[in-house]
Design a protein around this ligand. Structure first.
Ligand code: ITT
Length: 213
């Protein structure tokens, strides 16, 4: 079964609701989050590490909140900022701004150790030159270029004072179409969310991949 690599039970709930019969099981693995402003690069690195660890097909989910007036902060640092400042303090930062627009972005990174045929979704082939420049041994197992397929989703919204009991993370301060994501059921959130959009792309592709293999 496909391993959904995350320590976050809220993500698993949404993925399970969305993928239904295709099914996922949580792989509670804390992969190394490389420092990058690119969610795709972070997720691809995590997917390689998780696949090596699990020896099974894996799907890594890296997400973040990007606040327009704060130049995209907290972005790739959303997890650290939630743990250190907290969601309420992020709202206070946004409250001081006239422009409270924000977006959630999610990148799903799939790796099963096999190559992929061309399709519209990007394939991360690993950057061996960058790894070598950083001092990595090009012959080491870690430097093997495992291909990773990326699926992206985003949703725009407005930051508001916290409302709602559902969801997780920044959901209580993120309003979309009149409701915060914490006021939505999992199904409704999936229908509009960054993760739902990425899962839709992934689900369609994955069904086809399984059908031909
Ligand atoms: P894993 O890395 O183990 O998957 P995480 O919660 O740290 O768990 P991320 O790094 O992707 O996952 O999350 C970045 C932050 O964004 C973190 O604080 C999450 O709570 C938050 N976040 C991610 N998806 C969210 C969503 O759909 N709604 C609200 N907040 C979300």
């Amino acid at each position: 079964m496909l391993r959904y690599v995350t320590t976050n039970a809220g993500k698993v709930r949404e993925a399970t609701e969305y993928l239904g019969d295709d099914g996922v099981t949580q792989f509670d693995f804390d992969y190394t989050e490389i420092q990058s402003d690119d969610l795709g690069a972070i997720a691809a690195h995590g997917a390689r590490e998780a696949h090596r660890e699990a020896g099974e097909p894996v799907l890594v989910d890296d997400a973040g909140l990007f606040v327009e007036a704060l130049a995209g902060f907290p972005g790739p640092y959303s997890s650290y900022v939630e743990d250190t400042l907290g969601v309420e303090r992020v709202w206070r930062l946004a409250e001081a701004e006239e422009d409270r627009r924000a977006s959630f972005r999610c990148v799903l990174a799939y790796c099963d150790g096999e190559p992929f045929r061309a399709s519209p979704d990007p394939i991360d082939r690993d950057d061996r030159a960058a790894a070598a420049a950083a001092g990595a041994d090009p012959n080491a197992e870690e430097a093997e270029p495992l291909p990773v397929k990326l699926f992206e989703g985003a949703v725009r919204g407005t930051l508001v004072p916290p409302r709602g009991e559902g969801g997780f993370g920044y959901d209580p301060i993120f309003e979309h179409d009149g409701a915060t994501m914490a006021e939505m059921s999992t199904e409704r959130k999936n229908a509009v969310s960054h993760r739902g959009r990425a899962l839709a792309k992934f689900g369609e592709w994955y069904r086809e991949r399984r059908a031909v293999s």
